[in-house]
Every structure is written in C-alpha cells, then in structure tokens.
Design a protein around this ligand. Sequence first.
Ligand SMILES: Nc1ncnc2c1ncn2[C@@H]1O[C@H](COP(=O)(O)OP(=O)(O)OP(=O)(O)O)[C@@H](O)[C@H]1O
Ligand SMILES: O=P(O)(O)O[C@@H]1[C@H](O)[C@H](O)[C@@H](OP(=O)(O)O)[C@H](OP(=O)(O)O)[C@H]1O
Length: 457
Amino acid sequence: MPKECRRKTSKDSGISGINEGSRLERRAAGKSSQICDDLIQKAAQIAPSSATGAPAVMDARRVPQVTITPEGGGCSREMQQEDWEDVVDGPLRRKLSNSSISSTGSSAVESEDDLLSDNESKSKGIITLEHLVDTGESKPWWKLRTIVHWPFTAAQRRKLNWVQLAGHKGNFKAADEGNILKKFSENEMQCFEKLRDDVLFPFVPGYHGVVEKDGESFLHMTDLLANFDLPNVMDCKMGVRTYLEEELVRARERPKPREDLYKKMVEVDSEGPTPEEHSQRGVTKPRYMQWRETMSSTNTLGFRIEGIKKCDGTCRTDFKKTRSKQDVIQVFTDFVEGNVSIIKSYLSRLTEIQQALKMSAFFKQHEVIGSSLLFIHDHTGNAQVWMIDFGKTTVLPDGQTLNHGIPWQEGNREDGYLWGLDNLIHTLESVSSEGASDETFCSVTKENSQTTEPEGQ
Ligand SMILES: Nc1ncnc2c1ncn2[C@@H]1O[C@H](COP(=O)(O)OP(=O)(O)OP(=O)(O)O)[C@@H](O)[C@H]1O
Ligand SMILES: O=P(O)(O)O[C@@H]1[C@H](O)[C@H](O)[C@@H](OP(=O)(O)O)[C@H](OP(=O)(O)O)[C@H]1O
C-alpha cells in the first residue's frame, strides 16, 4: 500500500478504537496523550487492507491500540527512543527501533512502517517519547501498553515482536527475515567467529558475518525473537562486575566525571553521589558502574535483571534497585505468570548452558563482562535462553584462563559469571517450588490483554 494511502487511512480513522479507560488515562497523562494518539494512529495502520488494496476501514475489534503511560513511583532506567530507519532487503522491508524500551521488527512481507514509523511524518511513534525524556520530563518509567484486539494474523503478530530491552540506542537495525543487524564491534565479531567452533555455539545467536549498510558496518545475526509468537522477553546481565579492569585503570589515571551518569545516579538515589560528586555534578564511569552493581543484585547474586517485555506490551526497565533474592524471585514469578512448566524449561536450558560453559574453551579464555542471558517464552510453551552481547568479552593473554566462580580482585580479571549462573539457577528453582500453576497465558484467543502494575522501587 502506498504511504500516502496509509497516512490518509490513519488520519481518517482517527482513534476510533480507543476504549474509554484509555482515553481518561491519556488525558491524565497530559502531554503523553499526544504520544498515545500518535502511537494509536501508527499502530492502527497495521490493520488489514481490504481485498481491493484500498485502505482498510478501521474496525475497533481488529485495531491494535497502543498507549504509553507514565508511571510514578521510584527509580527507573531511562527510556530512550530514536529514529526508525528504513531497511530494504529485497522484497522485505522491515524497521526496527533503536530504543531501549521497545520497538517492533517484522519478518512479515508488509512494510513495518505500517506500525510505528514513518520518516515523513512528524510523530514517528515513540520518537515523541524520546522528546519527552530529552526535555526533562522523564518519568520514572514508561509503560508501553498494547491492548490488542484479536484476531491477528501470524505476520501481524510478528510485527509486534521485536524489542530491545537494554543496551545502547542506535545499536540495532532491521535485516532480512529472521535476522537483525547489530552495530559492528571488532571485539564482538572476534567472539562470534570463535564461538562458531565452540560448545557454546548452540546457545548464542546465529552469526552470519559482517555487512555494510549506509556506510556503516554491522554484525548480521539471528533475531532470537523470530520464532516466537508474542514473546515475553527478559534480559539478565551476568557477572559480578560490569566494567573492564582497563576502564578502572583509565579512570584512575585520567578521571573523567560524567554529568549524564551523575544525573542517572541522582534519579535513582539523590544521596548516591558523594558531596564532592554533587559539587562537580559528575561521577566517573567505574564509580557509576560499581554503584549500579551494589544497588542491584549484581554484587550479591552475580546477575541482575535489566528489562522485561511481556506479551501484553508492558515494558519494564526499572530494576535498578531490584537486589534481594526474594525481589528477583518475585520478578521472575511475574514474568512467567506463575507458570511452572516455563520455569522448568528455562531451568533445563540454563543447566545445559552451565554444562557447556564448563567445557567451553572460549569461556575459559575470555573475561565475560556485560554479557546477558536473554529469556524468551510464549503462550505455546516455547521457552529458550540465549547468551547475547559479547561487546565487552575480552580474550586473556595466551595461557591465562579464568575460573568464573571465584571472587574478583583487581588484576585477576574474574567476572563471576558461573557464580551468577549458579545463583540464577537456584533462584529459578525457588520460583519453581513457590509457583502454583501450569496455566498458559497471553492466549491468542484472549479478547484483551491487560498490563500489570509495577512493583514500587
Ligand atoms: N540476537 C538478538 N535477537 C533478539 N533480540 C536481541 C538480540 N540481541 C540483542 N537483542 C535485544 O537487544 C538488547 C540489547 O542487546 P545487547 O546487549 O547485545 O546490546 P548492547 O547495545 O551491546 O548492550 P550494552 O550496551 O549493554 O553492551 C537485548 O536486551 C535484547 O532485548
Ligand atoms: O544501565 P545504565 O544505568 O543505563 O548504565 C549503562 C550500562 O551500565 C551500560 O552497560 C554501559 O555501557 P557499556 O556496558 O558499554 O560500558 C553504559 O555506559 P556508557 O554510558 O559509557 O555507554 C552505562 O551508562
């Protein structure tokens, strides 16, 4: 469908599918109502066209309604969103967000700009969210609420799949069906090359080499969400340390207080910075990273939750103060909605990863920093865990190996990955023994999906 048609359709149809509750919520949200309107219009554009190819008349029962609502209460990870970019790959056109909150990617044949992006449009969907954050109106956290009216075709559901829960904005782009592009890093490329011949190979995204796009290099890899239907996704950053020893050395030699990190710290805990840091309105990177580690479960459990997106569209990245084992158990229980069989599938996958790690030559020879385990499950019962993000995974000098389970002391380069994995497995075992039901969730026959409220932090 030509773009002009799509835009006209969306404008003409307005926001006819919005329920009254959403309207009130949007009004209360003040400026965010504009975002909601934009998003609803954008989301509405994925409603099916008529057989003639003419714009579809928006049917309230079929139009997905997307709202973003600011939530109060506590700390959070800053939500970011940036431009949606066109990617044309043969017959397939996809768009992915570079957001650290959410985006959509499609392996569908229809252009993804139907959903949230339109470079010629002023609203650009969640772009408006970035604007709000940038203008100092950042709320503790944002909820991307997708109230979806079924039925959807499989292709339409895939359009809602992609989400970037953590990491740097601008790092991902769409690729051909079932794949994504991640901004090139020599380090990560080296890791993927070596992982091809390692026992960890089945647990990392498929790697298909380096590609050039618009003058930039990218790592071409499998989109792990592609085989899921309305996936629930969780990113857990592994290890007791999230910065490289060399970053520590550099900061000691040439301390560079950063205002952005100071602001992120103050947003979570106004008493976090020392009096000196307050007066210079800056903290160094390792100081910030260490503070993040002690606020969260990184130091105490050897892993931390970075973000979660559930199949109902809820996105949370406000886990900076989720530290105790009990809190983590609660988050996992909510994530799987008490479904013990999902937890059991996750546990068996984690055990496989643990065994592979113990045998892996790659793992022995690398300091694994800032790497995550990505948990993905859906209503069909499919549940997988993958190792992702090797941007800061660094090879050791020849002959040196790591244990990954002993405490870190500066100089020994230990990362605590295996210790963290052990704790993660025990945590999930507790979820399993505390859990009660084997129910399925986000059933495709559900009329509406609703959101859960955030835990106060
Ligand atoms: N292969 C993949 N398939 C699906 N989703 C992915 C994949 N790789 C990354 N993601 C999504 O993108 C997010 C960020 O990924 P990643 O950690 O690799 O990025 P990054 O920018 O290197 O992060 P950091 O800044 O923490 O190093 C993940 O939390 C996940 O939601
Ligand atoms: O999660 P937060 O609180 O937003 O903090 C960021 C997070 O720890 C990233 O892992 C880190 O990037 P690296 O892992 O690449 O170091 C980034 O550093 P940066 O600001 O220097 O990119 C931090 O700001």
